[in-house]
Design a protein. Structure first.
Length: 157
């Protein structure tokens, strides 16, 4: 299980996941409680991080990360910021995404079944017919999501 402690409360410098250390020290000033994820190991921007099952990442800044196919089953991600991140085919079932910011994320093919999404922002999140939303989510477009075919039309025009 991955563990994260918030810096505001005197937490650790990072987490250890699958034997790899992840550095959460600030790379820039941020209005969020955690700085952007950065690492000197085998993953970082543009790479895939696979197993985050049961991870405790409340209020984490995960902007622009590639989580293609990642397993966030039962992860605690409340208040996390995923701006522009790739969550394509990710397993977010049973995850706590309460008040998370998924603005501009790629959730095509992602499984959000039974995820807690109260107060989460999905503005501009790209989804596909394979994306599984939790019961009661309603119409993805009314929540600010953009269908994959629409996203492709916007990028071509």
């Amino acid at each position: 299980m991955a563990e994260f402690r918030n810096h505001r409360y005197g937490g650790e410098e990072g987490i250890k996941q699958n034997g790899l250390a992840v550095d959460f020290r600030p790379t820039q000033t941020s209005r969020y409680s955690t700085p952007p994820l950065r690492s000197n190991s085998t993953f970082g921007p543009g790479s895939t991080i696979a197993n985050w099952k049961d991870a405790q990442l409340s209020n984490a800044d995960l902007r622009w990360q590639n989580f293609t196919g990642a397993d966030f089953d039962h992860a605690t991600l409340d208040g996390a910021v995923f701006w522009g991140a790739t969550l394509k085919n990710a397993n977010l079932s049973h995850a706590d995404l309460s008040h998370a910011d998924l603005t501009g994320t790629d959730i095509t093919g992602a499984d959000l079944s039974e995820a807690k999404v109260d107060g989460a922002c999905f503005f501009g999140a790209r989804y596909s017919k394979e994306t599984r939303f939790p019961d009661g989510f309603g119409n993805p477009k009314e929540r600010g999501c953009v269908g994959l075919s629409e996203a492709l039309n916007y990028s071509i025009n």
